[in-house]
Each structure stands twice: as C-alpha cells, then as structure tokens.
Design a protein around this ligand. Structure first.
Ligand code: AMP
Length: 196
C-alpha cells in the first residue's frame, strides 16, 4: 500500500495532510503525485470527489519556494464556485508552509485581487475570462508561474473557454510544468493537451 509518507512531500505539507485527516492517498494521488514531483507534465482523467485537488496541490506546493515573492502556481478553473473551492483546499494544505493563495474571478474588484497578488501570493486560482482580461491589460506584473494547472478542462470546453485558455498560454513562460485534469477526454481536450 502506498502511503503519503512514501512520496517525499515537504514535511509541512505532510503535516497538513495529517491535520486534514487524510489516511491514505486516493488512486489519482498515487498516480499523479510522484510524476508531478519529478517535474513531468501530466494529463489526468479524474472526476470531482476523487481527491484531484490534493493530487496537484500537494506535490506542487511541496516543490515551490514558499518564500519567493512571485506567483509560482496558476490554477485555472471553469467557474467561480470551483475557484473558491480549490482555493480553500489549497489554503488549508499550504498554510503550514506559509503559502498564500489568491482567487481571481469576475464580478469582484480588480484592484483588490491585483494588490493581493502583488503582496506575495505563491498560488493564484483564476477563472479564464478575468485572468485573460488582466493579462491583456498588463495588470499582472511579473506574472510567470512555473506550474500551470487546468482543472475540469472538459467543463471549460463546454463553457466555450478553450480559446481563452489558448490565449492565456500565450502569456505564460516557455519553460513550465503543465498539469491538465478532466473528468472526460473528448477530442478537443486531447488536442489541447497536445498543444500545450
Ligand atoms: P476533490 O476531488 O479534490 O474535489 O476532493 C474531494 C474531497 O476529498 C475534498 O474534501 C478533499 O479534502 C478530500 N480528500 C482529498 N484527498 C483525500 C484523501 N486522500 N483521503 C481523504 N479525503 C481526501
């Protein structure tokens, strides 16, 4: 049986896992965590409720320099509700390491979200429309995350966000780790995965 201890996660992250009451890693965590720690790009098919947030959150938040003053991890989610949910979970799992998380979505003040990012957040969880707006208008200075996660990619397809996603990638650094999670794998998602 694989244990959380066997992955080589950062000790502060492991402590958060214990505090969250997770006893053993779920199947998507067993498969994804070692690959993400090694720096691989991954495409993962996983439904909500399988532990996919921790599958990308634990290894990415283990690896980054929590003291760096720039955004290291960008998570793009299709909806504001999911963004908030993912952000809450990453906050819980990352707070022992001192990792700050900011959520960026439409319908909320631009300036407040930007100032929170500038105050030294390591993780940004964003919906595609608002994020693209900020990138196009040059409102996010020095925004070069080293890890990009697309969560619920098939939902983004259904909601018509694939163009936005491709545009978002045009602002991202050449050198990066990309993780794609989707409940289903329709052709356009497979094509997107290849492209990015
Ligand atoms: P998700 O699939 O990311 O939406 O996660 C569903 C729920 O399962 C969340 O409330 C997580 O906190 C919880 N969870 C994630 N991984 C584990 C685990 N290994 N053991 C128990 N609960 C978990």
């Amino acid at each position: 049986m694989t244990t959380f201890e066997s992955f080589g996660l950062h000790e502060d992250i492991l402590k958060a896992v214990k505090e969250a009451g997770f006893k053993e890693p779920s199947p998507v965590q067993v498969q994804a965590i070692p690959l993400v720690l090694q720096g691989c790009d991954i495409v993962a098919q996983a439904q909500t409720g399988t532990g996919k947030t921790a599958a990308f959150g634990l290894p990415t938040m283990s690896k980054i320099d929590a003291k760096s003053n720039k955004v290291e991890i960008l998570v793009v989610t299709p909806t504001r509700e999911l963004a908030t949910q993912v952000s809450d979970e990453l906050y819980t799992l990352g707070r022992n390491r001192g990792i700050r998380t900011v959520t960026i979505y439409g319908g909320n003040s631009y300036s407040r979200q930007i100032s929170l990012v500038e105050k030294g957040a390591s993780v940004v969880v964003a919906t595609p429309g608002r994020l693209l707006d900020l990138l196009k208008n040059g409102r996010l200075k020095n925004f070069q995350p080293s890890i990009i996660v697309l969560d619920e990619a098939d939902e983004m397809l259904d909601m018509g966000f694939l163009d936005d996603i491709e545009q978002i990638f045009s602002y991202m650094p050449q050198e990066k780790q990309t993780l794609l999670f989707s409940a289903t794998m329709p052709e356009p998602i497979k094509r997107l995965a290849k492209k990015i």
